[in-house]
Ligand binder design. Structure first.
Ligand SMILES: Nc1ncnc2c1ncn2[C@@H]1O[C@H](COP(=O)(O)OP(=O)(O)OP(=O)(O)O)[C@@H](O)[C@H]1O
Length: 746
C-alpha cells in the first residue's frame, strides 16, 4: 500500500519537475531573444525590451530558486479533488492546475485543517523530497473513515525530521511543516502593526520570513513597487537567514541589520550599554533639534563686510530677522538656508546700491550686477556661512560628540557625567546607536545639495521623460505580458524605474537601500525587543503607513536601550493600534535545556513562561566546574567530545565578549580553519561568539563559557545568558569558574 502510493507520488513529482524545466527553458529562450535585439530600434523599443529582459530575469531567478523541495504536500478534499501544494503555482499549457502556491488561499487548509476542524480536508499528505525525488510520504488522515486496517494517525514525522536534521549555519524555510498557530500569523492582514511574542525557538524568525513572502505574494500590486524591509539584529543574523526568502521564490525583500539602516553608513563599532542607552533614549530628539538650531547663529554685534572695496554693515537684527523668516518656512535646515541667504543678499545689495547712488558713482540701473558683487564677496560668504552653515548629518553628529562646548550647549538635560560618557574623538567609527541619530539629523537638515537644486531638477526632468516614454510603451505591452506568463501588470512608474539605469537594471530593493527617504509598504522587524526608542522612530519614518510585523521576546532583551514591555516600547509610536499574537511551542530546544533556561531566568527575577518543547533531548545540561584561569583550556579539552556528540553538527562557543579572542586563538591552535565566527560556513563547524552575535542563531551544540559573567555583564538583565542557553538544538555544556547561576541545576 505505502510503496504503491510512494510510486504514484514519484511519478507525479517527476511530472512537476518536467513542467518546471519546460518553463525555465522557455524563459531562457525568451531572454536570449530579447538580448539579441537589445541595442536596436527607437528609445521606446529599447526600454520595452529592457523591461521584458528584467521580467524574464526575475522569473527565471524565481524558477531556479524553487528547485529544492519543489512540492511538499497534497490535500485530498471531500469534493474528491486532489490538490498539490508547493513553492510556486504550476499549470499545464492548457491551464490545468498541477500545483498550488503555498501562499494561495486554496493552500491555507494544508496548514489549518485538523481532525477536529477538517475544513473540507479528508487527508493531508506530506511529501518528503530528497533532491528531485520523493523519498517518503506521510499522511495525516483527518477523516477516520479513510483509515484502512493497519494504518494509524500520524502527523509529526515530517516536522520532527526537519527539527532533528543537522544545522548548516543557514536557516532553512519551514514551508512544508508550518504549524497552524504560525500559519494564522503568516496570513494575517497587511495593515496595521502585528506583534508576535514568543519564547526562544517558537519560530518567530521563521514566521516573520514566511509572512514577508506571503504578503508579497498576496499584495503584490501594492508591495512590489514600495517593497518590504526586513530588519534584524546583526550582520551575522542577516547572513544566517539570507537563503530563506530566495528559497521561497522572493528576491525583492530589502534586508538590513540595525547598523545598516542609513545609506552610506556602516556602523560596526560597539559602545558601552550606558552610552547606547543615552543615545537610544527619546531625549535625543530634543538634543538633535538643538544641535541643528545651534548651527543657525547670531553674530555678536554688527559685522562689517567688504564688497569690491565698499564697506557694508550687517546688523545682528537683520540676521535675526532673516533667521526667523527662514525658520518660518518650516523647511529643513539646508533648504531653509536658501531663504536666509536670499534675504540677506537682497538687503546687502540694497545697501550697496544706496551707497553707490549716495556717492554718485556707477550704473545704478544694473542691479543684477550689484547682486553678483555681493554674492562674490568673500566676507559675505564667510559671515553667511558662520550664521547658517550648510551641514551634513555626519558632520553635525561628529561635531556634537567630539566638541564638549557644543554638547554642553545642545544637551543641557544630560548631567556633566552623562555628557562625559558621550564624548569621543572626532574620527571615531560609527556605532549602531549613531544610526538613528544620523537619520534624525538628516531629516532635520534636508538635502545638502551643492548644485543648489540643479541636480534634482535635472533628475526630475529625466524622470518625467522616462514616464511619458513608459506610458507609450506600456499600451502595447499588456498582451505580451500575459503571453509570457508574468502575473500582475506593470505601471508606468515601474517601467520608468526599469529605464532609470538603462541596461544595468537596479531592482527596487537595491534602489530602496540607497535612498533614505524610501517609503516601504511593510516593515518586518525581528528581535524587536532590542530596539531603542530612537530606532523605532527611524523605522516608523521608513514606513509612514505603519504596516509592521514585529517579532520578538521581551524576556530575551539584552540591549540596555531595549524594551521591557511591548506596551512601553510601542505606544509612543503606534498608540493602541497594534495587535498581539503569541507563539507557544518551542521547536528548537529540547525539554531539559529549555526548562533549565527558564528556571535560571525565573531565579534571576525575570518571569518567563516555558513554551512547550516538542522534543525530549538526549542530554541534561552538562556542567564543568574548573579553577579560575583554567576555563580556556577546558573549552579546548571538551571540544572533541562535543563535536563527536553531535556527529558532524555545528558547535557554538558563547563567551563574554572580552574572552572571545583568547578562546578563538586557543581553539585555532588545535582546530585551525574549522574555527569561525558568526553563523559559521561550510568549512567552519565550530564558531566562537559573544551573546549579542548569537542572537537569533541556532546550533546543534552550545558551550557557554562563564555563565555567571554573562548574567552579571548584562546589567541585571537575564537576556544574554537566557539567549545563550536557548541556542542549542541538541546539547548544552556550561564551563564555569564561578558559582553557577541559580536554577540551572535542578
Ligand atoms: N513549523 C516548523 N517546522 C519546522 N521547523 C520549524 C517550525 N517552526 C520553527 N521551526 C524551526 O525551529 C527553529 C527555531 O525557529 P526560529 O529561529 O524561527 O525561532 P525564534 O522564535 O525566532 O527563536 P529565538 O527567539 O530564540 O531566536 C528553527 O530551526 C526553525 O526552522
Amino acid at each position: 500500500m505505502y510503496d504503491a502510493e510512494l510510486a504514484k507520488e514519484r511519478l507525479y513529482v517527476d511530472g512537476l519537475y518536467a513542467r518546471l524545466d519546460e518553463l525555465r527553458a522557455a524563459k531562457v529562450e525568451q531572454l536570449a531573444q530579447v538580448r539579441r535585439t537589445k541595442s536596436m530600434g527607437t528609445h521606446q523599443n529599447r526600454s520595452e525590451r529592457d523591461a521584458f529582459a528584467s521580467l524574464y530575469e526575475n522569473r527565471l531567478a524565481q524558477l531556479n530558486a524553487v528547485d529544492d523541495r519543489l512540492a511538499f504536500g497534497r490535500l485530498d478534499l471531500e469534493s474528491g479533488e486532489q490538490r498539490y501544494i508547493g513553492r510556486i503555482g504550476l499549470s499545464t499549457e492548457d491551464l490545468r492546475q498541477l500545483m498550488v502556491d503555498w501562499r494561495a488561499p486554496e493552500a491555507g487548509t494544508f496548514y489549518q485543517a485538523t481532525a477536529f476542524e477538517r475544513l473540507g480536508v479528508r487527508r493531508r499528505r506530506h511529501l518528503i523530497l530528497q533532491g528531485r525525488s520523493v523519498s517518503a510520504i506521510e499522511d495525516d488522515v483527518l477523516d477516520h473513515t479513510m483509515l484502512v486496517d493497519g494504518e494509524h494517525l500520524q502527523g509529526e514525522g515530517a516536522l520532527l525530521a526537519a527539527l532533528n536534521s543537522k544545522r548548516t549555519g543557514r536557516m532553512s524555510d519551514i514551508v512544508g511543516t508550518i504549524q497552524a498557530e504560525q500559519d494564522r500569523i503568516i496570513r494575517s492582514p497587511l495593515s496595521g502593526a502585528l506583534v508576535v511574542q514568543g519564547g526562544p525557538g517558537t519560530g518567530k524568525t521563521a514566521v516573520a520570513l514566511h509572512r514577508a513572502a506571503y504578503l508579497l505574494y498576496t499584495h503584490r500590486e501594492r508591495l512590489q513597487s514600495s517593497g518590504v524591509l526586513l530588519v534584524g539584529p546583526s550582520s551575522a543574523f542577516m547572513k544566517y537567514i539570507e537563503r530563506v526568502l530566495p528559497s521561497l521564490g522572493e528576491t525583492g525583500v530589502v534586508m538590513a541589520s540595525l547598523g545598516h539602516l542609513m545609506p552610506g553608513i556602516t556602523a560596526a563599532a560597539v559602545e558601552t550599554p550606558e552610552v547606547a542607552k543615552l543615545k537610544g533614549g527619546i531625549d535625543m530628539v530634543a538634543v538633535m533639534a538643538n544641535a541643528v538650531a545651534n548651527r543657525q547663529r547670531l553674530p555678536h554685534g554688527d559685522s562689517r563686510v567688504d564688497v569690491e572695496g565698499t564697506r557694508l554693515v550687517l546688523t545682528s537684527r537683520q540676521v535675526r530677522r532673516a533667521r526667523d523668516k527662514a525658520r518660518a518656512t518650516g523647511k529643513p535646515h539646508n533648504e531653509a538656508r536658501v531663504t536666509f541667504v536670499k534675504t540677506l543678499l537682497r538687503e546687502l545689495t540694497e545697501q550697496l546700491r544706496e551707497h553707490i547712488e549716495g556717492s554718485g558713482a556707477g550704473n545704478t540701473a544694473d542691479r543684477s550686477y550689484l547682486a553678483e558683487d555681493v554674492r562674490g564677496s568673500r566676507d559675505v560668504r564667510t559671515i553667511l556661512n558662520l550664521c547658517w552653515m550648510p551641514m551634513s548629518a555626519e558632520k553635525l553628529v561628529r561635531d556634537m560628540f567630539s566638541k564638549p562646548e557644543i554638547l554642553a550647549a545642545v544637551a543641557p538635560q544630560f548631567s556633566a557625567a552623562q555628557r562625559a560618557l558621550l564624548l569621543r574623538p572626532a574620527n571615531s567609527p560609527w556605532t549602531e546607536s549613531d544610526v538613528p541619530l544620523l537619520d534624525e539629523a538628516a531629516e532635520l537638515l534636508g538635502e545638502l545639495d551643492a548644485t543648489g537644486g540643479r541636480a534634482e531638477a535635472a533628475h526630475d526632468a529625466q524622470r518625467k521623460r522616462d514616464l511619458t516614454n513608459a506610458e507609450k510603451a506600456i499600451s502595447n505591452m499588456n498582451q505580451l505580458l500575459e503571453d509570457s506568463g508574468v502575473d500582475g501588470m506593470l505601471t508606468a512608474e515601474q517601467l520608468a524605474d526599469f529605464n532609470v539605469v538603462d541596461g544595468d537594471h537596479l531592482s527596487n530593493a537595491e534602489v530602496a537601500l540607497t535612498d533614505r527617504s524610501w517609503a516601504y509598504g511593510h516593515v518586518v522587524v525581528d528581535e524587536a525587543q532590542e530596539l531603542s526608542p530612537m530606532q523605532w522612530r527611524l523605522l516608523v519614518r521608513r514606513c509612514p503607513v505603519k504596516s509592521f510585523t514585529i517579532v520578538g521576546d521581551i524576556a530575551q532583551t539584552s540591549s540596555a536601550a531595549g524594551a521591557s514591555s511591548w506596551q512601553g516600547a510601542l505606544s509612543p509610536f503606534f498608540g493602541e493600534r497594534w495587535a498581539l499574537e503569541e507563539l507557544s511551542v518551542n521547536y528548537r530546544t529540547p525539554t531539559q535545556i529549555a526548562e533549565a533556561a527558564a528556571r535560571m531566568a525565573n531565579a534571576a527575577g525575570q518571569v518567563v513562561s516555558t513554551p512547550k518543547a516538542v522534543r525530549e533531548g538526549e542530554w541534561e545540561p552538562i556542567i564543568d566546574r574548573v579553577a579560575a584561569g583554567a576555563v580556556v583550556d577546558q573549552v579546548v579539552a571538551v571540544m572533541e567530545e562535543e563535536t563527536a556528540a553531535v556527529a558532524g553538527g555545528l558547535i557554538a562557543v558563547i563567551a563574554p565578549k572580552v574572552q572571545v579572542s583568547d578562546i578563538t586563538v586557543a581553539l585555532r591552535a588545535v582546530y585551525g580553519h574549522r574555527i569561525g565566527h558568526g553563523a559559521g560556513s561550510t568549512v567552519q563547524d565550530i564558531v566562537v561568539l559573544d551573546p549579542h552575535q548569537a542572537k537569533g542563531l541556532e546550533f546543534d551544540g552550545v558551550v557557554i563559557v562563564e555563565p555567571a559573567a554573562l548574567l552579571a555583564g548584562a546589567g541585571g538583565r537575564v537576556g544574554d545568558l537566557y539567549v545563550a542557553m536557548t541556542r542549542p538544538t541538541q546539547r548544552l555544556r556550561l564551563i564555569t569558574s564561578e558559582p553557577l547561576p541559580e536554577g540551572i541545576e535542578r
